[in-house]
Design a protein around this ligand. Structure first.
Ligand SMILES: *[C@@H]1O[C@H](CO)[C@@H](O)[C@H](O)[C@H]1NC(C)=O
Ligand SMILES: *[C@@H]1O[C@H](CO)[C@@H](O)[C@H](O)[C@H]1NC(C)=O
Ligand SMILES: *[C@@H]1O[C@H](CO)[C@@H](O)[C@H](O)[C@H]1NC(C)=O
Ligand SMILES: *[C@@H]1O[C@H](CO)[C@@H](O)[C@H](O)[C@H]1NC(C)=O
Ligand SMILES: *[C@@H]1O[C@H](CO)[C@@H](O)[C@H](O)[C@H]1NC(C)=O
Ligand SMILES: *[C@@H]1O[C@H](CO)[C@@H](O)[C@H](O)[C@H]1NC(C)=O
Ligand SMILES: *[C@@H]1O[C@H](CO)[C@@H](O)[C@H](O)[C@H]1NC(C)=O
Ligand SMILES: *[C@@H]1O[C@H](CO)[C@@H](O)[C@H](O)[C@H]1NC(C)=O
Ligand SMILES: *[C@@H]1O[C@H](CO)[C@@H](O)[C@H](O)[C@H]1NC(C)=O
Length: 888
């Protein structure tokens, strides 16, 4: 949750550790999603289970035209892996282990809880003007509103955390005649996903314990309100399908059931701002999504907020073939609540300024000299090293990516400062508006008692004054008693991709995200009990805006198929340039970051040039598809000529050569694909269509070992005023040659270093025996592996070996295949590192191996590797270990 409060480096460091855990805690132990065969149902399935002496608790059943199935909870300790048994039942079509999906993490700029309730006095300072809501301006939504297009008659199903529909800006009620007309609560309020309690579904999607769904719904359909903004499709009908309880994340079975319900309720568009780490398009959610699209319902999903993880990080279900994955751009304006304060220069003039309080917030009418520090010469934590005694000063602390904010503040505090104002030179937005995360082991550090943030512009003013030798005294009053105002400030990084928006492509090289929309610093509705409005950030916010725009297009152009909609939006989207830190470059942002570009709603509604595709996939060098045809139809009244050209984005390297793991932002190189066209321009008569042939050559002089991802746009620049662009993407290397598994070893569970020390050939382990005192500690074997890139199929087989412990013979001859390691094979793994697992001698059938010598063979399918051939896998055998059991 604290995404925005941690500096990027800290996020990356934490990200890896947390991720490894999240991913392997990812599968809910013992829970499976079963799809029933035609004509079969829960009753026949349960009979079949009993017949096979298996038992399981029904968790959730779901049925629609596209998917009939249920999830079941088996006792994870009673049986080994029931997949094989389940697959053989006549009632079962497919079976998947159920994975957890995370509650979308958002960055909060302010929300109601920050101020308990928005004070009445702020309302008169609202600067939002009708029709000039910045997310709508960047996406041309304001121009469609001006034409009276509001999404009337279009039904949007939102799969999220519930909604406070009693909020006046969301219609104030539920049911026919209101804005929220339909919905369902699939879970209830209790913790999920736990084994107990069972979900407590009810037909009312009301929830105010979590604001996410309320925010998402407001982006789509907020009605005119006291803050002066509206949703992008205020005329649309909303359905809310609640798949998050008040606590924890959710699971695939619940989300499938939610999407399935949204589908059978007749929604035209289904949107879900949630996800799980993936990179592969074969998850059950993606399968269901594909079928829903085939029935004509378009689906939008959040691309993910893990930009710091580097490429190949599209989440599920956004990575599905037919999902529309939405990336996020920063809003061009920031809406912030400021508290009024003043400062004086050399005890003379008094000037007003605005600040935002954070936590802790023990401000008690301070009037203290400001200390500016050596902010521009220190790029790490040492800014206050040379400072004198800071007791009795308010200290300006610059946020840095190289030193966590709370940590830096402790250095100022160590010099006596108790009051700190944060600012950021990297972003107008001062990401750490709230210093609310308690510093780890807070007792070890001195820390301030009162913090707040100011804008970069204000910080610059203070710094200039200090530089010119002036003494600044800042007067700040207790924020509970000061006045507040809501203001929008221009955001210079606005309009570019958010650094945290996740990068594609998928491991199978589908271009993701599909499009982008403003998702950074978005004002929308929030549960009334928590203040009523908030500004938060995430691809979670970009996604509903895209869904709302699709509603506008459907109202204006009539019902279109999902693939027609995708092509229309993709070819009219506006490609944007790359931002390097805070510096805009003249290069296009690569397609794996921005997709087709920022959605342009008016252009999508009014274009008369209709292209038959939304993207061109060139694949890798082994599966290269270089020849493509593109058809353009002219629905206008006049002949149109399109000049065809290639607009390359710089190639970026997924790897930087220092390790097999993609860095957060790989190096870019100005190398481009070459494209030849069957003709340089194409003229299309009214009502006619014409086809152009394209032939691509990947960029030359790139280093294939670093996985060069090249991309760009084919531009069709029309004489009828509109430029259409089609994104393309490929990798100038063979994906199967990329390392997707490494550093496999057996170590000791008592070794806490990373990487652990490898045990040597023939190492002996004494494991707990059946009669051992459970409180005794044993040194057990632990497997460890890194997956720098995803693995579609990961198997691990246990063998017994002859010549146990003879260090001179390795590898010892394999004796007997004892089957897969418990829980294996694993499928569709995202990339992560530091997977480790302690072995206690159990096999997947639940039995324990006898004392003896064993070895382990890992088989990991290479990316796009051939499953049917040995060469398709990376095969690694560990050393042999000898197992003995403790006998008390
Ligand atoms: C809202 O603000 C409170 C107080 O700072 C914070 O704890 C909470 O995480 C914020 N909510 C969201 C969704 O950011
Ligand atoms: C607070 O600051 C705003 C913006 O500068 C200003 O418009 C407003 O008058 C101030 N309010 C008070 C009570 O000083
Ligand atoms: C400003 O006034 C205060 C109290 O009146 C005094 O302590 C301080 O030294 C003065 N500062 C300057 C820079 O004159
Ligand atoms: C800093 O000054 C304060 C009083 O102004 C004093 O109490 C404190 O001991 C001083 N700290 C140091 C480290 O000199
Ligand atoms: C790339 O090629 C592989 C192998 O033919 C195929 O499985 C995969 O779907 C292709 N990727 C895309 C996005 O079409
Ligand atoms: C981006 O910024 C970094 C740091 O300023 C610089 O080293 C790098 O060359 C820049 N990249 C481009 C493509 O301008
Ligand atoms: C280990 O293997 C070597 C080579 O086959 C053999 O000479 C030696 O006797 C073996 N040692 C034991 C303890 O079995
Ligand atoms: C995984 O390994 C086990 C044991 O060697 C084998 O029986 C099974 O077929 C393998 N699974 C796959 C999908 O390759
Ligand atoms: C051994 O580990 C498996 C999971 O791999 C677990 O289910 C089982 O309970 C463990 N057995 C003992 C005796 O700890």
């Amino acid at each position: 949750m604290a995404h925005g409060k941690i500096s990027p480096l800290f996020v990356a460091a934490l990200g890896f550790g947390a991720l490894a855990q999240a991913l392997f805690g990812d599968v809910v132990p013992g829970r499976y999603m079963v799809e029933f065969e035609e004509g079969q149902d829960q009753t026949t399935f349960t009979t079949h289970l009993k017949f096979n002496r298996l038992s399981a608790d029904l968790k959730i059943a779901t049925e629609s035209e596209v998917f009939k199935g249920a999830s079941y909870q088996f006792d994870p300790s009673s049986v080994g892996d029931p997949v094989a048994a389940l697959k053989s039942l006549p009632s079962v079509k497919r079976v998947w282990p159920v994975r957890t999906l995370h509650r979308p993490k958002v960055q909060s700029a302010w929300n109601g809880t920050n101020l308990d309730a928005i004070p009445a006095d702020i309302k008169k300072f609202i600067t939002l003007k009708d029709g000039a809501f910045s997310p709508h301006v960047s996406t041309q939504v304001d121009r469609l509103h001006a034409e009276g297009i509001t999404g009337k008659g279009v039904k949007i199903g939102i799969v999220d955390s519930g909604i406070d529909y009693k909020h006046p800006a969301l219609g104030g009620g539920f049911g026919p005649g209101f804005t929220v007309t339909r919905g369902y609560d699939l879970l209830g309020d209790e913790y999920w996903p736990s084994r107990d309690p069972a979900p407590l579904p009810d037909p009312d999607p009301y929830a105010d314990c979590d604001g996410h769904g309320t925010h998402v719904a407001g982006i789509i359909a907020a009605q005119k309100n006291e803050l002066g903004f509206i949703g992008a499709a205020p005329g649309a009908e909303i359905g809310m399908y609640r798949v998050f309880s008040c606590h924890g994340g959710t699971t695939e079975d619940i989300v499938i059931a939610g999407i399935n319900k949204a589908f059978s309720d007749g929604n035209d568009i289904i949107t879900a701002s949630l996800g799980g780490y993936s990179g592969w398009p074969e998850d059950p959610l993606s399968v269901v999504t594909e079928r829903i699209n085939a029935k004509g319902v378009v689906t939008t999903f959040a691309q993910g907020n893990s930009g710091e993880m580097g490429p190949f990080f599209t989440e599920t279900p956004a990575n599905g073939k037919d999902s529309v994955a939405i990336g996020s751009t920063a809003n061009t304006e920031l809406t912030r609540i400021f508290s009024n304060a003043t400062y004086s220069v050399d005890n003379k003039t008094t000037e007003p300024f605005g600040w935002t309080y954070g936590q802790p917030a023990k401000w008690t009418n301070e009037s203290l000299p400001l200390y500016v520090g050596e902010w521009d010469t220190h790029s790490s934590c040492s800014e206050f090293e040379k400072a004198g005694n800071l007791t009795g000063h308010i200290v300006l602390v610059r946020e840095l990516s190289s030193c966590a904010t709370w940590y830096k503040a402790t250095f100022a505090a160590a010099k006596g400062a108790r009051h700190v104002l944060f600012w950021s030179n990297d972003s107008e937005a001062t990401s750490s508006v709230f210093y609310s995360d308690p510093p780890p082991s807070a007792d070890e550090f001195k820390h301030p008692i009162a913090v707040g943030t100011i804008s970069r512009a204000q910080a610059m003013k203070f710094i200039e004054l200090a530089k010119s030798g002036k003494h600044v005294t800042v007067k700040i009053t207790d924020p509970d008693y000061s006045t507040h105002y809501l203001d929008t400030i221009p955001y210079v990084e606005g309009g570019y991709m958010n650094e945290w928006s996740s990068w594609g492509p998928t491991f199978e090289l589908d271009a993701k995200p599909d499009f982008s929309a403003p998702g950074g610093y978005i004002l929308s509705t929030w549960p009334r009990a928590q203040g009523g409005y908030s500004v938060i950030s995430g691809t979670s916010m970009a996604t509903p805006l895209a869904a709302a725009i699709i509603a506008l297009i459907i109202e204006a152009r009539g019902k279109l198929s999902p693939s027609e909609l995708r092509s229309l939006i993709s070819t009219t989207a506006k490609p944007i340039n790359l931002l390097n830190g805070t510096t805009p470059l003249s290069d296009l942002a690569p397609i794996p970051q921005q997709g087709a570009g920022v959605i342009q709603a008016w252009d999508a509604v009014h274009t008369t040039g209709i292209v038959n595709t939304n993207k061109i996939i060139l694949n890798d060098t082994t599966h290269f598809v270089g020849d493509h045809k593109v058809t353009i139809k002219n629905t206008g009244a006049k002949e149109a000529t399109y000049i065809i050209s290639n607009k390359g984005a710089p190639t970026f390297y997924a790897l930087d050569g220092t390790s097999s793991h993609p860095p957060p932002r790989g190096p870019i190189t100005r190398r481009y694909a070459n494209v030849s066209f069957s003709q340089s321009s194409i003229t299309v008569a009214p009502g006619q269509e014409a086809t152009v042939s394209l032939s691509f050559t990947p960029p030359k002089d790139v280093d294939a070992k670093l996985l060069p991802v090249y991309s760009g746009y084919i531009s069709l620049d029309g004489t009828n005023g509109g430029e259409l662009t089609i994104p393309y993407l490929g990798v100038a290397a063979s994906m199967s040659e990329a390392t997707n598994i490494e550093n496999i070893l057996i170590g000791e569970n008592t070794d806490v270093e990373y990487p652990r020390k490898r045990v040597s050939q023939g190492h002996r382990f004494l494991l707990p025996g059946p009669d051992s005192d459970p409180s005794l500690l044993f040194v057990q074997p632990v497997f460890q592996a890194d997956l720098p890139l995803g693995v579609a199929l990961f198997n691990m087989t246990i063998y017994s070996v002859k010549n146990s412990g003879n260090a001179t013979i390795h590898p010892a001859p394999l004796d007997q295949d004892l089957g897969p390691y418990p829980g294996f094979p694993w499928i569709w793994l995202p990339r992560y590192n530091r997977w480790s697992h302690v072995w206690n001698g159990t096999l997947s059938n639940g039995t324990t191996v006898p004392a003896g010598a064993y070895t382990f063979v890992f088989n990991a399918l290479k990316i796009l590797g051939d499953r049917s051939k040995k060469e398709g896998y990376t095969t690694i055998r560990t050393v042999d270990i000898v197992i003995d059991y403790h006998k008390p």
